[in-house]
Design a protein around this ligand. Structure first.
Ligand SMILES: Cc1cc2nc3c(=O)[nH]c(=O)nc-3n(C[C@H](O)[C@H](O)[C@H](O)COP(=O)(O)OP(=O)(O)OC[C@H]3O[C@@H](n4cnc5c(N)ncnc54)[C@H](O)[C@@H]3O)c2cc1C
Length: 406
C-alpha cells in the first residue's frame, strides 16, 4: 500500500470539484471523497445571476460534470452534509455521525453571503444570491414582475438588476458609496456602468443611506436616513461575501482574511490544502497576498492543488482575470491594481466598446476591457511584459498593441 491512500475534499463546488477531477487526472488511484454541504453535485455559480436568473438556462448547464462522471472516476460524493470538525492528530474529518480518514485534505469551503445588519432585513421577500436555491427562488418571483430593489452596486447586485430588467421588472439599485463596483474598478469606469444601467431603465441611487426595511409580513418598503421611503416587492441584497474559515480556524490552521496558503496551496499543516474563494494566497503579479473571489481562480487553483495533493508540484499564480455580464455589456478585468496615477483609454465609451488602462509610473497595472473580449489575451500579454507605455500610444488606433510588448 502506498503512503497516500486517501484524499478528502471539503466543499463540493467549483474548486473542490476541479481538485477531485485533477487529482484523478494526475493518476492518483486511491480513495477520493468529495464532501459538500449543499445537496447539488458541483456546479458553477456565474450563471446564477445571469442566464439561470433570466430563465435562459437549465440547471444541467451549470454543473461541472454530469453525475455519471463521479461514478466513472470513482469519486465518492457525500452531499447535503457539512463537515463539522477536523482531527489533525487522527487525520480524519467528522461528517454526520461518521468520521472519514484522510492522508491529504483540501478545504474548498468557499464563502457565504455577508448579511445586512439592518432592521427588517430578514422579512419574507428579502433574498441573497449565492446558491442554486437562491437563484431559483428569485427567478420564480421575477416572473410576476415585482418591483425589485437591489441593495449593493457590486457585480452580483448589478447582474441581478440587469437580469430583473430583462424579465420586465421595475428595478432600483441602492448603493451606499458614490460609485458602482468601487472595490474592483476606477470611478471613471464605474460611471460608464451607472449610465448603462440608467439607459436600461434601472433607477441607480448612489450614496443611499438605508435605515430599515418594513412591511406587514413581507417586505413592502425601504426607509432612508433622509426620511424618504421606496416601495418594494422583492429585495435582493448583494453586499459581499465572508470566507468560510471556521473549520480551519478551529483546527488551528493559520487564518487571516481566508485560510493562509503557500503558492502550492498548502496551509500551515503540510497535509492540508485550501483553494478557491476561501484561500489567501501569494500572487506574484500583484506582489502581495490576495483572497480572490473569481471563477478562474477557483478553477485553476482547484486544479493545481488537486494535482499537488496527488503528489505533483504545481505553483498557482493566478492570472487575475474576472468578468461580469450586465445587459449586453461584457466587462473583463485584468490585474488587481491597488494604486494608479493615470487612466488611459482606447476606444470610445459612447460606442459601448472600449478599454481602460490603469497606469502607474508609465506601466500598466490593470486593464478593464468593455465589450472587447477578443483583445483580452493581447492585453494580458502587454501588461505582463512590463513595458513602459504612454496614454497616447494606448489611445492611438494606429498603434498595434501586439507590437508594443515585444
Ligand atoms: C451569483 C454569482 C455570480 C458569479 N459570477 C461570477 C462571474 O461572472 N465571474 C467570476 O469570475 N466569478 C463569478 N462568481 C464567483 C465564483 O462563482 C466563485 O469565485 C466560485 O464559486 C468560488 O468557488 P469555490 O469552490 O472556491 O467556493 P464556493 O463556490 O463558495 O463553494 C464552496 C462550497 O463549500 C461548501 N461548504 C462550506 N463549508 C462546508 C463544510 N463545512 N462542509 C462541507 N461543505 C462545505 C459550500 O456549501 C459550497 O458549496 C460568481 C458568484 C456568484 C455567487
Amino acid at each position: 500500500m502506498s503512503s497516500l491512500d486517501s484524499l478528502v475534499i471539503v466543499g463540493a463546488s467549483q474548486a473542490g470539484g476541479r481538485a477531485a477531477q485533477a487529482a484523478r487526472g494526475a493518476g492518483f488511484d486511491g480513495r477520493i471523497v468529495l464532501i459538500g454541504e449543499e445537496e447539488w453535485i458541483p456546479y458553477e455559480r456565474p450563471p446564477l445571476s445571469k442566464q439561470l436568473l433570466k430563465g435562459d438556462e437549465g440547471i444541467e448547464r451549470v454543473q461541472l460534470h454530469p453525475r455519471s462522471f463521479y461514478e466513472e472516476k470513482s469519486i465518492e460524493l457525500k452531499l447535503g452534509t457539512p463537515v463539522t470538525g477536523i482531527d489533525r492528530g487522527a487525520r480524519q474529518v467528522r461528517v454526520g455521525g461518521e468520521v472519514v480518514k484522510y492522508d491529504r485534505l483540501l478545504l474548498a469551503t468557499g464563502a457565504r453571503v455577508r448579511k445586512l445588519p439592518l432592521p427588517g432585513a430578514d422579512l419574507p421577500g428579502v433574498f441573497y444570491l449565492r446558491t442554486i436555491q437562491d437563484s431559483h427562488a428569485i427567478r420564480a418571483r421575477l416572473k410576476a414582475q415585482p418591483r425589485v430593489v437591489v441593495v449593493g452596486g457590486g457585480f452580483i447586485g448589478l447582474e441581478a438588476a440587469a437580469s430583473a430588467r430583462a424579465c420586465g421588472c421595475e428595478v432600483t439599485v441602492l448603493e451606499a458609496a458614490d460609485r458602482l463596483m468601487g472595490r474592483a474598478i476606477a470611478p471613471e469606469v464605474g460611471a460608464h456602468f451607472v449610465e448603462l444601467h440608467r439607459k436600461h431603465g434601472t433607477d441607480v441611487r448612489l450614496g443611499a443611506q438605508i435605515v430599515r426595511f418594513e412591511g406587514a409580513g413581507k417586505i413592502e418598503r425601504i426607509l432612508f436616513a433622509d426620511g424618504t421611503s421606496l416601495a418594494c416587492d422583492l429585495l435582493i441584497i448583494g453586499i459581499g461575501i465572508v470566507p468560510n474559515v471556521e473549520l480551519a480556524a478551529e483546527a488551528g490552521l493559520v487564518v487571516d482574511n481566508g485560510i493562509v496558503v503557500d503558492e502550492h496551496g498548502r496551509t500551515s499543516d503540510p497535509d492540508i490544502f485550501a483553494a478557491g474563494d476561501v484561500a489567501n494566497q501569494p500572487n506574484a503579479w500583484a506582489g502581495r497576498r490576495l483572497r480572490l473571489e473569481s471563477y478562474q481562480n477557483a478553477q485553476d487553483q482547484g486544479m493545481a492543488v488537486g494535482r499537488n495533493m496527488a503528489g505533483e508540484s504545481h505553483i498557482h499564480n493566478d492570472r487575475l482575470w474576472v468578468w461580469s455580464d450586465q445587459y449586453e455589456t461584457n466587462l473583463q478585468m485584468i490585474g488587481a491594481p491597488s494604486a494608479w496615477d493615470r487612466l488611459a483609454y482606447r476606444g470610445d465609451s459612447a460606442s459601448g466598446s472600449f478599454t481602460a488602462f490603469y497606469l502607474h509610473g508609465g506601466k500598466i497595472v490593470g486593464i478593464n476591457a468593455i465589450n472587447n473580449g477578443r483583445e483580452v489575451r493581447t492585453l494580458e500579454r502587454l501588461m505582463a511584459s512590463g513595458v513602459s507605455v504612454t496614454p497616447d500610444q494606448l489611445a492611438d488606433p494606429a498603434v498595434n498593441l501586439r507590437k508594443i510588448g515585444g
